[in-house]
Design a protein around this ligand. Structure first.
Ligand SMILES: NC(=O)c1ccc[n+]([C@@H]2O[C@H](COP(=O)([O-])OP(=O)(O)OC[C@H]3O[C@@H](n4cnc5c(N)ncnc54)[C@H](OP(=O)(O)O)[C@@H]3O)[C@@H](O)[C@H]2O)c1
Length: 375
């Protein structure tokens, strides 16, 4: 396999190092903006897809543009594409898959969800035999690190976030993590592959943790609950639900116990039951390892995407119901409260669709509003 590698950052450098160890894999060109001291370096993206001997292009630059244009050009030129870029794949899912199919090349993105865990290939494998009923889990290490630190060490959100930034877990602009968008992209890819559908990301409600306070966490502890932010999707009676929300779990449960920046993602099927996958959801070597594993799969004969159909499906969250912890300065407007927990309330059971509507109404009056489902 002759590879053109786009991006020589955290993951790209790891891919370069791991791939060079393997017989049968040659990294022919490396595209990067910077002057890096390797002989394969080019600043011309076209070098990768104009070389007839390159059969596979790896995209680990990140972002939407020019990653989208480069990946499209590579597919147009008949190259297989491997990427770790969930933002790209979740945004251009239908288009990129259709192009890969038209050109008869493979498109893989295993490292895009769960970094080192290899979760998408596990999903692909299980759904050959049995329908997947649900996918759910901790899909973002940065927010899990923040929530773990707040729960175990009583830190404020701001201090826990700045510690995550100091350790390199959170970016200077942490919005994609703390507002749940990174999880939404990973959930969309997981749900699409699990249920053989194509969801629209605008239809997936996302509740983040930007507004969680140490007082909220103390409230949860008093009720023996731990807060985690989960991506959840399920398929029931022909409907597909998908949403991202902070969720309160029994403090001694498996998911509540996931420490620091680790991920835990599960699927549930009719025959196998619930299976959970745990490990490093990010980091140079775990993520690069799954990029290289995708290449090895292609070298071994894989020629397509994980799921072959991907029919468009509308998100319908009326099939998912929770009681919600709700803290807002506009409590007077909340008519669904059943209990008071300190300065917050717990609502009666409501659908995720209903909560999204209420949340959007309250948000206009209270920017600091925080909600969490009681799982
Ligand atoms: N880091 C992780 O743990 C992790 C885990 C799972 C998935 N991913 C995904 O993997 C991808 C790469 O992440 P990363 O952490 O490796 O990012 P990174 O460290 O920022 O590396 C990206 C590299 O690509 C280069 N680049 C950006 N735009 C370019 C362009 N137009 N032409 C040529 N080179 C360009 C960057 O150069 P400059 O530095 O000069 O901009 C940088 O060297 C992202 O999609 C990310 O979501 C990362």
């Amino acid at each position: 396999m002759v590879i053109g590698l786009m991006g020589f950052g955290t993951i790209g450098a790891g891919v370069y190092e791991l791939a060079r160890e393997l017989p049968g894999l040659e990294v022919r060109h490396v595209l990067d903006i910077r002057e890096i001291g390797i002989p394969e370096l080019t600043h011309r993206a076209e070098d990768l897809w104009e070389d007839p001997e390159v059969d596979t292009v790896i995209e680990v630059m990140g972002g939407l543009h020019p990653a989208y244009e480069f990946v499209t050009s590579a597919l147009q030129a008949g190259k297989n594409v491997v990427t770790a870029n969930k933002y790209l794949v979740a945004t251009y899912y239908d288009e990129l898959l259709a192009l890969a199919r038209e050109k008869g090349v493979a498109f893989r993105c295993t490292a895009a969800v769960g970094g080192g865990i290899g979760w998408l290939t596990a999903l692909e494998r299980v759904r050959r035999l049995e329908p997947v009923l649900s996918v759910e889990g901790i899909m973002n290490g940065t927010t899990n690190y923040i929530l773990t630190n707040m729960t175990q060490n009583g830190l404020s959100f701001e201090i826990a976030l700045s510690e995550a930034q100091a350790l390199g877990y959170a970016e200077a602009d942490p919005s994609a993590d703390i507002d749940g968008l990174d999880i939404m992209h990973k959930l969309l890819l997981s749900a699409n592959i699990a249920f053989d559908v194509s969801l629209k990301k605008e239809e997936i409600p996302v509740f983040g943790i930007r507004n969680i306070t140490d007082e909220d966490v103390r409230n949860f502890k008093e009720h023996s609950l731990t807060c985690k932010i989960l991506g959840s999707a399920r398929q029931q009676e022909g409907k597909v639900a998908a949403f991202v929300q902070p969720t309160l779990l029994a403090a001694d449960s498996l998911t509540a116990s996931v420490p620091t920046n680790f991920n835990l993602i599960s699927y549930e099927t009719a025959y196998t039951g619930k299976m959970s996958f745990y490990g490093q959801g990010a980091g140079r070597y775990p993520t690069a390892a799954n990029v290289v594993q995708d290449c090895l799969d292609l070298a071994g004969g894989v020629q397509d995407f994980y799921s072959l159909q991907s029919a468009a499906a509308a998100v319908d969250n009326s099939i998912a119901r929770y009681r919600y912890y709700l803290r807002t300065a506009s409590l007077k407007r909340v008519t669904v409260a059943e209990e008071h927990w300190g300065n917050a309330v717990v609502t009666k059971a409501m659908t995720v669709t209903e909560m999204k509507k209420l949340y959007d109404e309250l948000k206009g009056e209270d920017e600091k509003l925080f909600i969490a489902a009681i799982g």
